[in-house]
Design a protein around this ligand. Structure first.
Ligand SMILES: Cc1ncc(COP(=O)(O)O)c(C=O)c1O
Length: 387
């Protein structure tokens, strides 16, 4: 650190210069992210209440209370009349908390069965908690192979994990079948709907055929659902929802240094952004179910337009018809790495995965962006005589 401070204007100028090469969501050229430009109203609430610490219930009891209301609203979306949970740093922390609770509930057991499509944070959570990872293959629909799950269950198994909106393709596992298995074998079932949680309930309402994934399935114990992804809230706003309060009680700890006595917390960090909680509270109230419905409807229209365009490009194919606003593109004879590089030269950001390229159609991606993207993609395929 330098000894003497610099003028704010100087620092700000340097900051702007340093960051100007980074893309913005607004440009519409980011197709690789599960986050988006947070909604203006949520940002205004976030900045207005920036000093709030929801981790200190003695100083900020109202924020603490409003977090419970957030959990209730999200619980409602997930068909849970008695939810408990928290707004945390992200989906990764949500997954870690869920497996921590699972380990406390099922003492003496250590095996966690997850699909190969599970987000990396689940493998890391299993490692942190010193549990045993069992990864199960996918079926031809890229869902967890239920027969393999059945075969993997033994008397050491403590939990099953299902994904509702996989990171690579937006696939929803057969959570109903996992739920049956969990009930039959007395296992904990966690559903990672970090992305899909703010999509699937609206897809259902819009008439899309999507599997049940939430607490209406009796075996589901917890769900990760992130407001900072399709919930359009500012980072950090991950969400973890448990079936009821008894789950959180297992990981609650007393903090003795509150302003007028002790208080409890159940998250990994004891200090947490109250601004994030209030931004989620405000946006959920402002949007309501119908607000999110509109957003998901728009994303799906753009996704469907993209699918039509991709189907017209010789040499490219969909990995699978998209379930939600995530599209995977594969090719037998075209070097996808080359395509990604050429697209990058034209300013597009897309994910290059081992089996396919992935496009996430977030709310900042409009129809005209997709038209431009597909024009570029077609040109690149032609230019390199791929077709
Ligand atoms: C399905 C799923 N779960 C968990 C996570 C991790 O969320 P975060 O990056 O907010 O920690 C992601 C991130 O993309 C995800 O796609």
């Amino acid at each position: 650190m330098q000894r003497k401070g610099l003028l704010k204007s100087y620092v700000f100028h340097e900051l702007k210069e340093r960051l100007k090469c980074e893309p913005t969501y607004e440009s519409g050229m980011i197709l690789s992210s599960m986050c988006t430009k947070p909604h203006k109203f949520a940002v205004s609430i976030f900045t207005k209440f920036i000093e709030k610490n929801v981790g200190d219930a003695t100083l900020f009891p109202k924020v603490f209370e409003m977090e419970k209301e957030v959990v209730k609203m999200i619980g409602d979306l997930l068909s849970n009349p008695h939810p408990s949970g928290h707004i945390v740093s992200g989906g990764s922390e949500g997954n870690l908390l869920a497996l921590w609770v699972a380990r406390k509930m099922k003492k003496g057991k250590n095996k966690v069965i997850i699909p190969k499509s599970a987000h990396v944070s689940l493998r890391r959570a299993i490692d942190i908690l010193n549990l045993k990872l069992v990864e199960v293959n996918l079926n031809q629909n890229f869902q967890v192979n239920i027969n393999e799950v059945k075969r993997a269950i033994d008397d050491k198994t403590l939990a099953l994990v299902g994904v509702a909106g996989s990171t690579d393709l937006g696939i929803i596992d057969p959570i109903d079948e996992l739920s049956e298995l969990a009930s039959t074998h007395d296992l904990y079932l966690h559903v990672d709907a970090a992305f899909g949680g703010f999509v699937i309930p609206f897809l259902k309402e819009l008439g899309y055929k999507v599997n049940d994934f939430d607490f209406r399935l009796k075996g589901v114990d917890s769900i990760t659902i992130d407001p900072h992804k399709m919930g359009l809230c500012p980072i950090p706003a991950g969400g973890i929802i448990f079936r009821n309060e008894s789950y959180l009680n297992l990981i609650k700890e007393r903090i003795p240094y509150g302003a007028y006595g002790e208080f409890e917390y159940a998250t990994i960090t004891s200090t947490r952004s109250g601004a994030a909680v209030l931004a989620v509270w405000a946006l959920l109230k402002h949007f309501g179910f119908e607000g999110y419905l509109k957003i998901v409807r728009k994303c799906m229209r753009v996704t469907e337009a993209l699918v039509e365009e991709i189907n017209e490009i010789k040499g490219l194919a969909l990995m699978t018809p998209p379930i939600m606003n995530i599209v995977g593109i594969r090719s037998e004879n075209i070097d996808l790495h080359l395509i990604v590089n050429e697209l990058a030269k034209r300013g597009w950001f897309i994910s290059y995965l081992p089996t396919h390229i992935r496009l996430v159609i977030m709310p900042h991606v409009k129809l005209w962006h997709i038209k431009r993207f597909c024009k570029d993609l077609k040109e690149i395929v032609k230019l390199h005589k791929f077709d």
